[in-house]
Design a protein around this ligand. Structure first.
Ligand code: PGA
Length: 252
Protein backbone atom coordinates (compact mmCIF):
# COMPACT_ATOMS: atom_id res chain seq x y z
CA UNK A 1 0.00 0.00 0.00
CA UNK A 2 1.42 3.29 -0.92
CA UNK A 3 -0.42 6.53 -1.15
CA UNK A 4 1.51 9.14 -3.13
CA UNK A 5 1.30 12.44 -1.21
CA UNK A 6 -1.04 14.90 -2.93
CA UNK A 7 -0.29 18.58 -2.28
CA UNK A 8 -2.95 20.75 -3.84
CA UNK A 9 -3.55 24.47 -3.91
CA UNK A 10 -7.09 25.79 -3.95
CA UNK A 11 -6.94 29.27 -5.38
CA UNK A 12 -10.62 30.02 -4.76
CA UNK A 13 -11.63 33.26 -6.55
CA UNK A 14 -8.08 34.55 -7.04
CA UNK A 15 -5.93 35.01 -10.16
CA UNK A 16 -6.58 35.63 -13.83
CA UNK A 17 -5.16 33.42 -16.55
CA UNK A 18 -2.12 35.68 -16.91
CA UNK A 19 -1.52 35.64 -13.15
CA UNK A 20 -1.80 31.86 -13.15
CA UNK A 21 0.83 31.63 -15.87
CA UNK A 22 3.21 33.88 -13.89
CA UNK A 23 2.70 31.73 -10.80
CA UNK A 24 3.43 28.52 -12.69
CA UNK A 25 6.48 29.93 -14.41
CA UNK A 26 7.83 31.00 -11.01
CA UNK A 27 6.94 27.68 -9.33
CA UNK A 28 8.47 25.44 -12.01
CA UNK A 29 12.15 25.95 -11.14
CA UNK A 30 11.33 25.71 -7.42
CA UNK A 31 9.75 22.31 -8.00
CA UNK A 32 12.28 20.97 -10.50
CA UNK A 33 13.56 17.55 -9.54
CA UNK A 34 11.05 17.03 -6.74
CA UNK A 35 9.62 13.54 -6.97
CA UNK A 36 7.51 11.09 -5.00
CA UNK A 37 4.52 13.41 -4.68
CA UNK A 38 1.78 14.95 -6.77
CA UNK A 39 1.59 18.74 -6.89
CA UNK A 40 -1.66 20.28 -8.07
CA UNK A 41 -3.53 23.59 -8.23
CA UNK A 42 -7.28 24.11 -8.52
CA UNK A 43 -7.65 27.40 -10.36
CA UNK A 44 -10.65 29.53 -11.40
CA UNK A 45 -12.45 28.19 -14.49
CA UNK A 46 -11.20 31.11 -16.59
CA UNK A 47 -7.55 30.30 -15.83
CA UNK A 48 -7.66 26.53 -16.50
CA UNK A 49 -6.65 26.56 -20.17
CA UNK A 50 -3.74 28.96 -19.76
CA UNK A 51 -2.58 27.33 -16.52
CA UNK A 52 -2.71 23.85 -18.05
CA UNK A 53 -0.65 24.99 -21.01
CA UNK A 54 1.93 26.67 -18.77
CA UNK A 55 2.10 23.60 -16.52
CA UNK A 56 2.78 21.12 -19.33
CA UNK A 57 5.81 19.01 -18.52
CA UNK A 58 6.08 20.43 -14.99
CA UNK A 59 4.26 17.57 -13.27
CA UNK A 60 1.83 20.05 -11.69
CA UNK A 61 -1.79 19.05 -12.26
CA UNK A 62 -4.34 21.75 -12.98
CA UNK A 63 -7.86 21.31 -11.67
CA UNK A 64 -11.18 23.06 -11.15
CA UNK A 65 -13.05 23.99 -7.97
CA UNK A 66 -16.54 22.86 -8.98
CA UNK A 67 -18.43 21.22 -11.85
CA UNK A 68 -21.99 20.50 -12.91
CA UNK A 69 -23.11 16.91 -13.43
CA UNK A 70 -24.94 17.22 -16.77
CA UNK A 71 -22.95 16.79 -19.98
CA UNK A 72 -24.49 19.81 -21.68
CA UNK A 73 -27.80 21.61 -21.92
CA UNK A 74 -29.74 24.67 -20.84
CA UNK A 75 -27.90 25.25 -17.55
CA UNK A 76 -26.89 28.89 -17.67
CA UNK A 77 -23.65 29.57 -15.88
CA UNK A 78 -22.65 25.93 -15.40
CA UNK A 79 -19.67 23.97 -16.71
CA UNK A 80 -19.47 20.25 -17.49
CA UNK A 81 -16.82 17.62 -16.85
CA UNK A 82 -16.13 17.38 -20.59
CA UNK A 83 -15.55 21.13 -20.78
CA UNK A 84 -13.11 21.04 -17.87
CA UNK A 85 -11.22 18.15 -19.40
CA UNK A 86 -11.06 19.87 -22.78
CA UNK A 87 -9.65 22.97 -21.10
CA UNK A 88 -6.89 20.89 -19.49
CA UNK A 89 -8.21 20.13 -15.99
CA UNK A 90 -7.44 16.71 -14.59
CA UNK A 91 -9.08 16.96 -11.16
CA UNK A 92 -11.94 18.79 -9.50
CA UNK A 93 -12.71 19.84 -5.92
CA UNK A 94 -16.24 18.81 -4.92
CA UNK A 95 -18.31 19.97 -1.95
CA UNK A 96 -15.84 22.51 -0.56
CA UNK A 97 -17.36 24.10 2.55
CA UNK A 98 -17.58 27.46 0.78
CA UNK A 99 -19.73 25.79 -1.92
CA UNK A 100 -21.85 24.17 0.76
CA UNK A 101 -22.16 27.40 2.78
CA UNK A 102 -22.63 30.06 0.07
CA UNK A 103 -23.92 28.22 -3.00
CA UNK A 104 -26.17 25.52 -1.62
CA UNK A 105 -24.13 22.43 -2.52
CA UNK A 106 -25.58 19.45 -0.66
CA UNK A 107 -24.28 15.94 -0.10
CA UNK A 108 -26.71 14.78 -2.79
CA UNK A 109 -25.32 17.26 -5.30
CA UNK A 110 -21.77 16.29 -4.40
CA UNK A 111 -22.67 12.64 -5.02
CA UNK A 112 -24.07 13.50 -8.48
CA UNK A 113 -21.03 15.61 -9.33
CA UNK A 114 -18.80 12.76 -8.14
CA UNK A 115 -20.50 10.29 -10.49
CA UNK A 116 -20.10 12.72 -13.40
CA UNK A 117 -16.44 13.37 -12.59
CA UNK A 118 -15.64 9.65 -12.41
CA UNK A 119 -17.51 8.91 -15.64
CA UNK A 120 -15.48 11.62 -17.35
CA UNK A 121 -12.15 10.51 -15.80
CA UNK A 122 -11.71 13.68 -13.77
CA UNK A 123 -10.08 12.93 -10.40
CA UNK A 124 -12.54 13.97 -7.66
CA UNK A 125 -11.42 15.60 -4.41
CA UNK A 126 -14.45 15.30 -2.13
CA UNK A 127 -14.43 17.70 0.83
CA UNK A 128 -16.01 17.18 4.24
CA UNK A 129 -15.68 19.21 7.42
CA UNK A 130 -17.44 20.16 10.63
CA UNK A 131 -18.19 23.66 11.90
CA UNK A 132 -16.92 24.99 15.22
CA UNK A 133 -20.40 24.69 16.76
CA UNK A 134 -20.58 21.05 15.66
CA UNK A 135 -17.12 20.31 17.09
CA UNK A 136 -17.98 21.98 20.39
CA UNK A 137 -21.22 20.00 20.57
CA UNK A 138 -19.23 16.76 20.12
CA UNK A 139 -20.92 16.12 16.79
CA UNK A 140 -17.74 15.97 14.70
CA UNK A 141 -17.78 12.27 13.91
CA UNK A 142 -21.55 12.12 13.36
CA UNK A 143 -21.44 15.10 11.00
CA UNK A 144 -18.42 13.84 9.06
CA UNK A 145 -19.77 10.29 8.84
CA UNK A 146 -23.04 11.57 7.40
CA UNK A 147 -21.32 13.97 4.98
CA UNK A 148 -18.99 11.26 3.71
CA UNK A 149 -21.77 8.71 3.29
CA UNK A 150 -24.04 11.21 1.55
CA UNK A 151 -21.32 12.62 -0.68
CA UNK A 152 -20.17 9.15 -1.77
CA UNK A 153 -23.71 7.80 -2.26
CA UNK A 154 -23.84 5.48 -5.25
CA UNK A 155 -20.06 5.05 -5.39
CA UNK A 156 -18.86 1.47 -5.66
CA UNK A 157 -15.42 0.08 -4.79
CA UNK A 158 -14.58 -0.68 -8.43
CA UNK A 159 -15.05 2.99 -9.35
CA UNK A 160 -13.24 4.44 -6.34
CA UNK A 161 -9.66 4.02 -7.60
CA UNK A 162 -9.03 7.72 -8.17
CA UNK A 163 -11.10 9.05 -5.27
CA UNK A 164 -9.43 11.64 -3.04
CA UNK A 165 -11.09 12.85 0.18
CA UNK A 166 -10.25 16.12 1.91
CA UNK A 167 -10.95 16.81 5.58
CA UNK A 168 -11.32 20.53 6.04
CA UNK A 169 -12.63 21.61 9.42
CA UNK A 170 -14.64 24.75 8.66
CA UNK A 171 -13.23 26.50 11.72
CA UNK A 172 -9.70 26.10 10.39
CA UNK A 173 -10.29 27.45 6.87
CA UNK A 174 -8.76 30.86 6.34
CA UNK A 175 -8.66 31.49 10.08
CA UNK A 176 -5.05 30.70 10.85
CA UNK A 177 -6.30 28.07 13.32
CA UNK A 178 -4.99 24.73 12.14
CA UNK A 179 -6.21 21.52 13.64
CA UNK A 180 -3.28 20.05 15.51
CA UNK A 181 -1.65 17.12 13.77
CA UNK A 182 -3.14 14.84 16.43
CA UNK A 183 -6.63 16.30 16.01
CA UNK A 184 -6.43 15.90 12.25
CA UNK A 185 -5.03 12.37 12.51
CA UNK A 186 -7.90 11.35 14.78
CA UNK A 187 -10.41 12.47 12.16
CA UNK A 188 -8.46 10.99 9.25
CA UNK A 189 -8.34 7.61 10.97
CA UNK A 190 -12.09 7.86 11.53
CA UNK A 191 -12.69 8.75 7.86
CA UNK A 192 -10.54 5.84 6.71
CA UNK A 193 -12.63 3.55 8.88
CA UNK A 194 -15.79 4.95 7.30
CA UNK A 195 -14.29 4.43 3.83
CA UNK A 196 -13.69 0.81 4.84
CA UNK A 197 -17.34 0.43 5.84
CA UNK A 198 -18.58 2.04 2.65
CA UNK A 199 -16.13 0.74 0.05
CA UNK A 200 -14.07 -2.05 1.61
CA UNK A 201 -10.47 -2.61 2.67
CA UNK A 202 -8.75 -1.90 -0.63
CA UNK A 203 -10.39 1.48 -1.21
CA UNK A 204 -9.81 2.42 2.42
CA UNK A 205 -6.12 1.57 2.15
CA UNK A 206 -5.61 3.32 -1.18
CA UNK A 207 -7.74 6.46 -0.93
CA UNK A 208 -5.75 9.56 -0.15
CA UNK A 209 -7.19 11.72 2.61
CA UNK A 210 -5.95 15.31 2.50
CA UNK A 211 -6.05 17.79 5.36
CA UNK A 212 -7.08 21.38 4.66
CA UNK A 213 -7.43 24.44 6.84
CA UNK A 214 -4.62 26.96 7.40
CA UNK A 215 -1.90 24.65 6.11
CA UNK A 216 1.35 26.64 5.87
CA UNK A 217 5.00 25.85 5.12
CA UNK A 218 5.69 25.69 8.87
CA UNK A 219 2.96 23.21 9.85
CA UNK A 220 2.75 20.95 6.80
CA UNK A 221 5.57 18.66 7.86
CA UNK A 222 4.06 17.73 11.20
CA UNK A 223 0.65 17.15 9.59
CA UNK A 224 2.24 14.98 6.88
CA UNK A 225 4.05 12.87 9.46
CA UNK A 226 0.73 11.43 10.66
CA UNK A 227 -0.03 7.99 9.23
CA UNK A 228 -3.45 8.80 7.79
CA UNK A 229 -2.71 12.28 6.43
CA UNK A 230 -1.82 11.82 2.77
CA UNK A 231 -1.64 15.37 1.55
CA UNK A 232 -2.94 18.88 1.92
CA UNK A 233 -5.51 21.17 0.34
CA UNK A 234 -4.16 24.66 0.72
CA UNK A 235 -5.88 28.00 0.21
CA UNK A 236 -4.05 31.17 1.26
CA UNK A 237 -0.56 29.67 1.42
CA UNK A 238 -0.87 28.32 -2.14
CA UNK A 239 -1.22 31.77 -3.73
CA UNK A 240 2.52 32.52 -3.69
CA UNK A 241 4.90 30.28 -5.65
CA UNK A 242 7.55 30.07 -2.92
CA UNK A 243 5.17 29.14 -0.15
CA UNK A 244 3.36 26.65 -2.43
CA UNK A 245 6.69 25.09 -3.38
CA UNK A 246 7.74 24.83 0.27
CA UNK A 247 4.49 22.98 1.00
CA UNK A 248 4.97 20.62 -1.93
CA UNK A 249 8.53 20.00 -0.68
CA UNK A 250 7.36 19.43 2.90
CA UNK A 251 10.01 16.80 3.58
CA UNK A 252 12.79 17.95 1.26
P1 PGA B 1 -6.83 27.94 3.82
O1 PGA B 1 -8.00 27.30 2.88
O2 PGA B 1 -5.60 27.13 3.56
O3 PGA B 1 -6.72 29.36 3.34
O4 PGA B 1 -7.31 27.81 5.22
C1 PGA B 1 -8.10 25.92 2.70
C2 PGA B 1 -9.26 25.60 1.78
O5 PGA B 1 -10.31 26.24 1.88
O6 PGA B 1 -9.16 24.67 0.93
Amino acid sequence: MSRTPFLAGNWKMYKTGAEAVSFIEAAKPLLAGVSGRQAAVAVPFTAIAEAAKAAQGSGVLIGAQNVYWEKEGAYTGEISVGMLKAAGASFVILGHSERRQFFGDTDEWVARKLQAALEGSLVPVVCVGESLAQREANETFAVLGAQLKGSLAGLTADKAATLVVAYEPVWAIGTGKTATAAQAQEVHAFLRGELRNLLGDKAAAETRILYGGSVKPDNVKSLMSEPDIDGALVGGAALKPDSFAQIVKFDV
